[in-house]
Structures are given as C-alpha cells and as structure tokens.
Ligand binder design. Structure first.
Ligand SMILES: Nc1ncnc2c1ncn2[C@@H]1O[C@H](COP(=O)(O)OP(=O)(O)OP(=O)(O)O)[C@@H](O)[C@H]1O
Ligand SMILES: [Mg+2]
Length: 334
C-alpha cells in the first residue's frame, strides 16, 4: 500500500511562503512526477512528504493515516537523491545492507533482499566492489538498491539522474520504469526535465511558484494544457505562443501551436517568414523562423530531409485543428 495524500499543506521559510495551500493525492502504485522550473518547490514538497521538512500547516496522510508528525524513518518511505551519498569505505553489499542493519533485520532476510535487489538492478557482479570502483550509473543503482531493500510503501526520487551523462540517463530512466512495472510500488519522482516527466509518469504534477498548475497524464497535458504556462512547459521544442491580431482572429487572447503541427509548404501557406537557425537532428530539423509578424520566433519541426538556408523565405501551414486557444487570464478555451 502506498497512497499519499496532502491536505491543504503549506510551507514558509521565515515569512516567505514557498508553498501556498496545496491538495494532492497520489494513488497506491502510481508513478507520479513533480515537474516545474528551478525553485518552484518540488524538493520542498517531496521533503515534506518524506518528513525531512516540517509542514507550516496542513497534513500528510500515508495510507489513510495521518503522518504529519511521524518521524521520517517511521513513514515507510525511501528517498533517493541526486547525490548518491554512498559510504566509500564499504562494499556495495554493505552499502545496500546498511538500512537493514540499522533496522535490525536478521541476516538471512538481509541476504535474501540484497540478492533480489542486486538481480533487479544488475548489480550481482559488483556486490564486493567499493563505490569508487563503479561508474556513475552503477553507483546510482546502488543508491536505488539501498532504497529497495527497505521494502518501502513508496519511493521518493529527487532528480536522481541529473548527475549522469545523457546516454546513461536514458538507460536509467528505462530501468526505473521497468522497476516500477515489476514492483508496482508508488513512486514520486522530481525533475525539472519535462522529457523525463513525459516518458516516466502515469501522472504529472506541474508546479510553478509552489502552485499546482495542472495534474494529468502526459498525453492529457500535451493535448489539453489547462493554461499558457503548462502549454509552454510541456513539449519539446516548446509550443509557439502567439498573441495580437492573429490570436483575435481565432477568438483568443493567445493561441498556441506546437512545432510539430506546422507544415512547411512549397511556395504558399497561411504564414510566412525567414529562416534563422536550423537545427539538424538527422531524423528531424527544427527551423527557427523570424519576420513572421506573429511572434519573435516561430519554431517548426520538419522532416530531416527538408533543407533551407539561413535567410530563405519559408511558407508555413499551421494545422488549425491542433490550435490551442487561451483567454486573457491565460486559461484554456475549449
Ligand atoms: N531551507 C530553506 N530556507 C529558505 N528558503 C528555502 C529553503 N529551502 C528552499 N527554499 C526556497 O524555497 C523555494 C523552493 O525550493 P525547492 O528546493 O523546493 O525548489 P525546486 O523546485 O526543488 O528547485 P530545483 O529544481 O532548483 O531543485 C526556493 O525559492 C528556495 O529558495
Ligand atoms: Mg530541487
């Protein structure tokens, strides 16, 4: 079991309120991702759930029981941080065993859990090494192993992959998803990387300045962002946001169209502009287009073989059925 419920929680540091009253429920077994810009309160919220940070007001429930004043070690949760914080003088086996030794788990049970965790994380061959003899990805797996053996009712991850290089991040991302599929344990994962959020989450919680802007599945957020902030935050490259006369034509203060929903069309199109930077990814090319009269830059995703030079005039056809409309408050118009 691992349902986590936040009721009207707030957090202030001195007289600065970083989390205004907030309600959120993470269901048992769910993979929830907190995402938002730096300083929006993701870590603070996670630490409040873990019990590492006091609440200023409100309550935290774990499996229907008030845990607001329960000490971290008694909450049945395991936290994995960006820095692995392994003991350098201990073997991998001893590092993984450490929380069980502290909790007085008997030796046979310790051995059973270490074996299972090592198999799940492909660490069996490394159990007798020290952390200094491992790669960054392997060290992060040891840190996760140390969390698994506690058999927590939920895992809390705070940017666990941000110290790893790009290839390792992708690999570890998949491993964590597979681990979730296998264990079916509640996971709350903090990141500022919206690609991680989109690829890992059952449920994404988008935060800005301590406020939940939207909660939904990755595709709900992609297809129906509640407001301009979520529209601009979810999706890569970012959604183009256009205001002024063009938006008024569509009965909106702001319209949004994603780069993948604008086609580059021969010598005519609804919009036109001048090619600035072209980013060639091989599979796709992202064109950043100026002088459209719509916004400073319009970004378009075209197939990799489409080729234009800097300064060429380009014609664009937005797919109008993919247009997002927002009102003067920045809220989505259905
Ligand atoms: N101990 C503290 N004392 C005072 N202010 C704090 C403290 N911890 C965090 N804050 C402030 O609370 C806000 C939220 O911080 P938090 O660390 O939760 O952000 P975050 O979303 O995790 O950001 P990042 O992506 O950079 O890790 C920030 O404005 C931060 O400066
Ligand atoms: Mg943080």
């Amino acid at each position: 079991m691992g349902q986590i419920k936040l009721n009207q929680v707030t957090k202030s540091f001195g007289d600065v309120e970083v989390i205004p009253p907030l309600d959120l429920t993470i269901e048992d077994g769910e993979f929830a991702v907190f995402v938002g810009p730096s300083g929006c309160g993701k870590s603070t919220l996670l630490r409040m759930i873990a019990g590492l940070e006091d609440l200023t007001s409100g309550s935290v429930e774990i499996d229907g029981t008030d845990a607001t004043t329960t000490p971290p070690a008694k909450r049945g949760l395991a936290m994995v941080f960006q820095s692995y914080a392994l003991y350098p003088h201990m073997s991998v086996r001893k590092n993984i065993a450490f929380p069980m030794r502290m909790a007085g788990v008997d030796q046979a049970e310790q051995d059973r859990r270490i074996k299972a965790a090592a198999e799940a994380l492909n660490l069996t061959d490394y159990l007798d090494r020290r952390p200094g003899q491992l790669s960054g990805g392997q060290r992060q797996r040891v840190a996760i192993g140390r969390a698994i053996v506690r058999e927590p009712s939920a895992f809390l991850f705070d940017e666990p992959l941000s110290n790893l290089d790009a290839a390792l991040r992708v690999g570890m991302r998949l491993e964590i998803c597979e681990m979730h599929d296998r264990l079916k344990t509640t996971m709350i994962y903090v990141t500022h990387d919206q690609v991680e959020a989109m690829t890992m989450a059952d449920k994404i919680v988008v935060l800005q300045a301590g406020v939940i802007e939207q909660v939904g599945s990755p595709l709900e957020l992609y297809h129906k962002p509640r407001n301009v902030f979520v529209a601009g935050f979810i999706g890569s490259p970012k959604m183009n946001l256009i205001s002024g006369a063009e938006a008024e034509k569509h009965g909106a203060r702001t319209i949004g169209i994603r780069p993948e929903h604008i086609d580059v069309t021969g010598d005519s199109g609804l919009w036109q502009g001048v090619v600035g930077v072209a980013e060639h990814l091989g599979s796709d090319t992202f064109f950043h287009i100026h002088n459209t009269g719509l916004a400073e830059t319009i970004t378009v995703r075209a197939p990799g073989e489409v080729s234009f030079d800097n300064g060429d005039v380009i014609h664009l056809s937005p797919r109008l059925d993919q247009l997002h409309r927002f009102d003067a408050q920045g809220l989505r118009i259905e």
